[in-house]
Design a binder for this molecule. Structure first.
Ligand SMILES: Nc1ncnc2c1ncn2[C@@H]1O[C@H](COP(=O)(O)OP(=O)(O)OP(=O)(O)O)[C@@H](O)[C@H]1O
Ligand SMILES: [Mg+2]
Length: 159
């Protein structure tokens, strides 16, 4: 499935999870280096970012339950995908909702995490991380339409 530069409308949370799962498959199917390993998520509270990450993680074969923000900003999950020459070691779920200043980011090692090509990194509230964002990434914008309807827009930069 090619989902670059596409817009989706989902009608319930399961559809958003499914979209995340399909997106994971498209990531795994692309030869390493051809797609970005950093995925930035934008959109208001409740627009479906974490729901999408749940599907994404499931699609990467992660069995852990992906949860919404606590005070933990960076969570990592082990992953071993060696088929098709992929060498992805870790999946990172970064949630910056509670970050108020650049100082809150110090010591988290985010720059190393996003620059390691053996990681898949998904970042909620990525607008708070301007400084460390790599040029090559996949941007996904979520918008709350009404009730259970969400619009999800995929774009890629520098690919
Ligand atoms: N189509 C849909 N897609 C995603 N979530 C939906 C949809 N319809 C209803 N929901 C509900 O909306 C909520 C979305 O919450 P979620 O935690 O995914 O949002 P979020 O964008 O991560 O918010 P936050 O910025 O607080 O982290 C969930 O309670 C989910 O069940
Ligand atoms: Mg969230």
């Amino acid at each position: 499935m090619k989902i670059k530069e596409k817009v989706f409308v989902t009608n319930n949370f399961e559809e958003t999870q499914k979209l995340g799962e399909n997106f994971a498959r498209s990531l795994l199917a692309s030869p390493q280096g051809e797609t970005s390993n950093v995925i930035t998520l934008y959109g208001e509270l409740g627009s479906g970012k974490t729901t999408f990450v749940q599907g994404l993680a499931a699609g990467l074969g992660i069995k852990n339950r992906i949860i919404s923000p606590t005070f933990i900003i960076v969570r990592s999950y082990k992953l071993r995908i060696k088929d098709k020459g992929l060498m992805i070691n870790d999946f990172y779920h970064i949630d910056l909702y509670r970050v108020e200043s650049e100082r809150d980011l110090e010591g988290l090692g985010i720059e190393e995490i996003v620059n390691n090509k053996n990681n898949i990194v998904v970042i909620e509230w990525a607008e708070k991380l301007k400084k460390y964002l790599p040029q090559k990434r996949i941007d996904i914008k979520f918008s709350y339409e009404k009730d259970n309807i969400r619009k999800i827009m995929f774009g890629s930069s520098n690919q």
